[in-house]
Design a binder for this molecule. Sequence first.
Ligand code: FES
Ligand SMILES: [Fe+2]
Length: 519
Amino acid sequence: MKSVEFHPDAQDELISAAQFYEKQTDGLGLDFIQTVQRTYERLLRFPDSGRLFGRQLRRLLIPKFPYGLLYRVEPERIYIGGDAPSPPPGLLAVTGLSKAAHGRILPAMGEPTRAWPADTLARVPFWVYQDEANYRAELRRIFEGPTWSFVCLESDVAKPGEFRTTFVGEMPVIVVRGQDGGVHAFENRCAHRGALIALDDAGSVKNAFQCVYHAWSYDLRGNLIGIAFEKGSNGRGGMPADFCKADHGPRKLRTTTLCGLVFATLAPETPPIEEYLGAEILGRVRRVMGKPVQVLGRFTQGLPNNWKLYFENVKDTYHASLLHAFFGTFRITRLTQGGGVLVSPDGAHHASYTIGVPEDAKSAAYREQGIRSELDGFRLADPRLLDSVDEFNDRIQLQILTVFPNLVIQQVQNSLAVRQIVPTGVAAMELHWTYIGFADDDAEMRQRRLRQANLVGPAGYVSMEDGCVGGFVQRGAAAAGDEVSVVNMGGEGTESIDTRATEASVRGFWKAYRRHMGY
Ligand code: FES
Ligand SMILES: [Fe+2]
């Protein structure tokens, strides 16, 4: 890089940004101008690759200021600010600024605002669980981006007109079975003033939804079909004659179904679900979800942590037998048993599994390491809790599977559930649990599943601790935004492996996350 130049318009932009910051906090505007000046000086030392330059500029300028500057990089120099329309690929980089903003300094909530501290999957910065602007960028780039979000079970919307309300990220969504038999999904937001269109968790409509506020109505595909008093009253008032209902309506999502699960996406480029999951993970979904399901119960659990801490926890095969005293004590899953972890090639999805082996009963490995999760002398008052059958005929007594970015499919012995991750803020989330069995379960199997449901959920003998550890991290790292966590068990890679003493699937998550976020 030989020189950095201000675009003629940049002065105005800098001034308006400085004024904006000054309005937020006294002195912040001046601080902004000084940071920009220092940044420019340092930019002169960077190589002239647009991408690298973009990262460096973000790293230098953005951590403190969530809004950015558009700049243009040319082989010999950079233009900062101004309107930089369609330069050749690789020569435009945008920091903290939506490309649609055309060079103006604007709030850029859809853009990541931080840089990754080190180029390894084995280190994760703590700001990623704390930064409000980063969280907003996740909602846009991940949940509203090219991913499949789990939204409900097909059996939830079995008949035409049956619907469930749910979320894709923070976006409220209605999923409904159409008259044509297809499953449709659209934003649960009235085109008029934005009220929720459907208020109930689930229900059934004949052929339209009606907003409670001013009674605008929508068909089962989310098309606006009716406006109360559209022509006014007694020839007065009403909507303008040229108002076109077809031009207004909630955003529509594309849906797909797989083994009784319904997924939705806003992005046209999201690949088919089979391709999205990859063959191995697809096989593991089919293993559990092979028959028509029946819902046994559902509830919502609030968690005091960023959504990613929970997703990491589910992918973390290392903790299961160490954190959960019940698992170790009653030998449901131990690292000394058989099993392993499968990670999809893109890192996004995983399945971990435990196979009971007879030698494990005698293993002293946990005792030798002085781990508190093996408790001697504990006996179940009602041993029927653990009376399980090998229903999938493969001796896998536990399989935990994740689909990026929001689904967990759980098999703990004969307790089956789907868990949906719903982010509700940078440091809060909800977990929507649905316990399931199969439509052809006999009474004994149903009873067994209900008994074993006590293992999981907010007060479950096992999952209880998972409801706490995310909050422990959120609190422990509260002042450590610039520090990093260590994710080194099993090395630095994300390959599938036949042990669970590894953090490969956690690193896989960060591989996918960084790709989506552009870090
Ligand atoms: S907000 Fe829905 S009809 Fe007015
Ligand atoms: Fe756990």
